[in-house]
Structures are given as structure tokens and as C-alpha cells.
Design a protein around this ligand. Structure first.
Ligand SMILES: *Cc1c(COP(=O)(O)O)cnc(C)c1O
Length: 365
């Protein structure tokens, strides 16, 4: 038996050509690469959560309607009256459900680039063509290019991350509204609000205005990345179709119980987000004061920075940060517009200080 020919016989060539999504080992590092909330729940709440989880019936399948959890999401996270949600094992799973449901022969997915990599990956996995429309050099939407591409490609799904990852900025809301209207009933527009707790801006209240819009969110960046829970809100007729491709037990009973508990105490998570927004301003000012560092405006819990190319080689600075046990994201090879760029998550004041000291020491004199 030749395993190599077995694999070549059965695995799709485009999958064979991929390398697996690389998550670096971060033990011992100041971890500022993945937009996690550095804060946990207070001790007394964690103890109470432990009791709650102990009572969960792990011998039973989840009840796949998730009625109580959805109710808490709708009421505590601002879903407008008359709209419901579909739940995903992280919004990553929602993105694949969207791809699966829309993967007609020849169907396309469109998004500005640089953007969230899962839009393109998930499209490819489901056999959809991905069309990336470059942002302007200042990371604003190129509305004319978006409208041209929409007219030309008639995408089944258009993604607009609000704010965008990895650039951190909010696109102009009027441009987005024009794009959503231009797509019309030819396609869905998914407004991805993964960073909504840090943005203080949202399309969620505008769901009644745009019947082809889906607002997608996650609890990951709010402080619950480990439980894997995302949701998307839209009109019932649309959601009914996506429910058909949702794996029936995709939210496990522990996630369900932990999320309900966290949402009962969502004010604590909101306070943590407010702290991180203040720390974001402090970190941005300190970075801006370093020679040869450009900081871009952010409505998220991370900052995009560009190192002055003539002075600092990005890869050397990234390596020097790793030597000092600080892990950030090197975006230099992701897209031409991100030349010499790093993305750093806003951490605790102490983590931010360690990062700033390491970066200052890593920059060429
Ligand atoms: C982090 C992120 C997500 C994925 O979130 P999960 O719910 O953890 O899968 C989705 N969209 C954007 C833009 C993100 O940055």
C-alpha cells in the first residue's frame, strides 16, 4: 500500500496544494497575535460558573433549538425586534455554512482585501470563486471598484468586516449602505462585526432597512474565544435556509451553559471592552511616539502599525520581538498594501508595556 498515491488519488488537488492554517506555539510568550481579551471573569463568578457547568447534562445531546441561549443573545446583544439568529461554532462555522448554502455552480464570493482570510478559504473549500477587491492605500473602501466588481461578478456573498481585520478601521457607513443596495436581491451582504464591542458602531439596528443583509458577530473578541460561539442575525426567511445546513448539535452543552452564564453578566465583559478601548488609545500614543513607526486608526482591539522601511527590516524586528518572547502578527507577506506592517492585540497595561519596550529595543537606532 502506497499512502502517497492513496492521498493523491482521493484528495482534491487544491487541498493538496494548501499548507495547514498555522497557529504558532505561544507558551511562555506575551501573546498579542490573536485579538484575545486578556481579562478573565472575577473569581466569584468563575466559581459560580463551575457550579453551573457541573449541573449540565453531558450525557444528553444538546436541544438543537437553543431557545434560551438565542433569547439571551437577542435581548442582551441588541438584535432588533422581529429578527432571530443562527448559531455557529465560532463565526468561522457560520462562514462555512454560508458558503455551503450558496455554492451553486459558478457562484462567487467578494470581499475587500486585505481582509479576513476565512472568507477566501471557506469559499475555496466549497468550490466558490473568491474575488478580492483591493482597498485604497489608506485602507478605506474603494467604492467605485467595489461597485464595478459587483456589477461584473454578481457575487452570491459579499463580506464587509466592520471594523475590518487586519486593518482595524471602520469603513464609511454610507459607502457600505450604497454597496448593500447595489447588490440588491442578486446577493447577500454579510456585515461581519467580530469587533463590535470595541467599535461602538453597528449595522445591527439597520437590519429592517436591508433585506439582503446579514449581521454576523462572535463572542470571541469579547472575552470568550475558547467557548467558540458566533451568531448571525437576519430576517426569518433567510435564516430558515441556513438552519438547513447547520450541523444540528453544533453548539455543545458546555458552551451553551457558559454563554448563557456570561450573557447574564455581560456588563462585566462590556467593562473589560471599555478598559481595552482606553488602553488602545494609550498604546497608540506610545507607538506613535516611537521613531519610524506609523499607527493606523483602530475601532478594534488591535492596532495596525507600519515600520519605516528604510530604517527597519520588518522580519528582523519581528524576530527580535520573538527573542524577547513577544508574539504579534507579521503581515508583511499578506498583501502589498500591508508592506512592513505588524498587527498587535491590545493587552493588559503590563503586556502593552512589555511589547513597547521590546519594540523600542528591536528598532534600528
Ligand atoms: C476573529 C474574527 C472572526 C472569527 O471569530 P470566531 O467566532 O472566533 O470564529 C470573524 N471575523 C473576523 C473579521 C475576525 O477577526
Amino acid at each position: 500500500m502506497n499512502t502517497r498515491s492513496l492521498i493523491d488519488n482521493v484528495i482534491r488537488p487544491d487541498i493538496l496544494a494548501l499548507s495547514a492554517y498555522h497557529v504558532p506555539d505561544s507558551s511562555g510568550f506575551v501573546k498579542l497575535d490573536a485579538m484575545e481579551n486578556p481579562y478573565v471573569l472575577p473569581q466569584e463568578l468563575r466559581t459560580e460558573l463551575g457550579r453551573r457547568l457541573a449541573d449540565v447534562a453531558m450525557n444528553r445531546y444538546p436541544v438543537p433549538s437553543y431557545t434560551a441561549l438565542k433569547e439571551k443573545i437577542r435581548t442582551r446583544l441588541g438584535v432588533p425586534a422581529g429578527f432571530d439568529v443562527v448559531l455557529g461554532n465560532g463565526s468561522d462555522e457560520l462562514i462555512s455554512m454560508l458558503s455551503i448554502a450558496c455554492a451553486k455552480p459558478g457562484a462567487k464570493v467578494l470581499a475587500p482585501v486585505p481582509g479576513f482570510v476565512m472568507y477566501a478559504m471557506s469559499a475555496q473549500f466549497s468550490g466558490l470563486e473568491f474575488v478580492g477587491v483591493p482597498l485604497n492605500a489608506d485602507f478605506t473602501l474603494n467604492k467605485a471598484a467595489m461597485l464595478d466588481a459587483i456589477a461584473q461578478h454578481r457575487p452570491a456573498i459579499t463580506y464587509l468586516a466592520y471594523p475590518n481585520n487586519p486593518t482595524g478601521n471602520l469603513f464609511d457607513a454610507d459607502d457600505m449602505a450604497d454597496i448593500i443596495r447595489a447588490v440588491g436581491d442578486a446577493g447577500l451582504v454579510v456585515v461581519d462585526e467580530a469587533y463590535q464591542p470595541f467599535a461602538q458602531a453597528s449595522f445591527m439596528p439597520r437590519l429592517p432597512d436591508f433585506p439582503n443583509m446579514i449581521v454576523m458577530r462572535t463572542v470571541s473578541k469579547l472575552g470568550l474565544a475558547g467557548i467558540r460561539l458566533g451568531y448571525m442575525a437576519a430576517g426569518d426567511a433567510l435564516l430558515t435556509e441556513f438552519e438547513k445546513v447547520r450541523p444540528p448539535y453544533n453548539i455543545n452543552v458546555l458552551t451553551q451553559a457558559a454563554a448563557e452564564f456570561a450573557l447574564e453578566h455581560v456588563a462585566i465583559l462590556d467593562d473589560q471592552a471599555a478598559t481595552l478601548r482606553r488602553e488602545r488609545a494609550v498604546l497608540a500614543a506610545a507607538l506613535q511616539a516611537l521613531p519610524g513607526v506609523e499607527v493606523f486608526p483602530s475601532a478594534s482591539n488591535f492596532l495596525l502599525i507600519r515600520l519605516h522601511p528604510s530604517k527597519n527590516s520588518l522580519n528582523n524586528v519581528f524576530a527580535a520581538l520573538l527573542d524577547r518572547k513577544v508574539l504579534v502578527k507579521n503581515l508583511g507577506k499578506m498583501h502589498l498594501l500591508l508592506e512592513n506592517c505588524l498587527r498587535v492585540t491590545v493587552g493588559t497595561p503590563e503586556e502593552n508595556r512589555i511589547f513597547l519596550d521590546a519594540l523600542a529595543a528591536s528598532l534600528a537606532p
